[in-house]
Design a protein around this ligand. Sequence first.
Ligand code: UD1
Length: 417
Amino acid sequence: MNKLCIEGNKNLYGSVVISGSKNAALPILFMTILTEEKIKISNVPNLTDINIALRLLVYLGAKIAYKKILSIDTSRINVFSTPYDLIKKIRASIWILAPLLARFGKAQIFLPGGCKIGSRPIDLHLNGLIKLGATINLKNDCINAFVKGRLKGKYILMEKISVGATITIMSAATLAQGLTIIDNAACEPEIIDIAKFLNTLGANIIGAGTHKIFITGVLKLNGGNHKVIPDRIETGTFLVAAAISKGYITCHKTEPKHLKNVLSKLGKTGAKIKTGKDWIKLDMRGKRPKSLNISTSPYPGFPTDMQAQFTLLNIISKGMSTITETIFENRFLYTSELIHMGAKIKIQNSNTIVCHGVPTLSSANVSCSDLRAAATLVLAGCISIGVTIVNQADHLIRGYDSFPNKLNKLGANIKII
Ligand code: UD1
């Protein structure tokens, strides 16, 4: 899916079923390394990032079968290093390090890749593992980690809230000796899901979802089954699709509680929102949205992964607004593409942009810089006047399960070239 051709000027309406969360499923796949017993995981989204994660597990020696539910058997893992070409493709590959180290006492991985949205250091991951007793050498882009015996539980105060580093330390601590406390931990729903998965296997984790997580190490983990939570960012993206197209979309099989902040912002645009146990309905028929000021922050704040989609919302809304990105330093690359489509955006400083709403966008030939930018440009194509070509659209399939198909069922006209 390198290029998409999108006929614009559409109102999007109907129902969409939300897939499992990418950012919960990816670490959970790597957490299966922590046990030698069999694991079954359901609601895993069909994405290239997931595919790469599975290929990495197979490379290490895991056996994988898929029939609606993913069965993973890591009992025969006998390789403790990973190939450069696979690991460089996804940011999530950093989460191989801690499980290999905790179960086998050794791991060798290259520095991870992923979306180019900032420098994305991994110092907090590595410092956390060092505090738990690991020896880590970093040479030529390659991390060599080992520990004699078991890791040792410790109090770890995170200098900065990091989703990735919280997951690394939490997974390492499950098999460590004694108690680990992660202070200033990230509290995203994905962290709660990962803790729930690990506890199902016999881990002892309390406090996930708060800023203090207590992990009492156990000697070994068992097998078990787990269903991945719905993708809150995919849900938010479809709700924005309804809001920008004067449409009406119901997202099914989702979790409204995970989107409180996003729903409160969408409500302020003038959209009518209704929620049920596992669905959210957004209705913007006959209205032009009102613009909003947004500033990203760690959960429960406004998610950085929804920043680009809300910029699109603001540029076609009534009024002037600002968007401030506080998590990643390079997450406005897509704005130049929106400007090609007629958006009025000014960079105020390195982390704030100002949007002046225009009534319509016009089609253009645009390129995607990262995953969320790709979704945003596709949605912009759906509402602009004319035919938009979206290049480098393969970013999309890294994080959105069947995005063009789902949008086409809602009334879009997207062709994969
Ligand atoms: C994860 C998500 C990503 C989401 C982000 C924030 C996955 C695969 N990715 O990314 O979609 O946008 O959370 O919700 O789940 N930092 C450091 N040192 C570190 C680690 C992070 O300084 O060792 C900094 C980062 O540069 C960033 C901030 O901490 O400024 C937050 O990063 P983090 O929460 O770790 O994001 P990721 O885990 O990379």
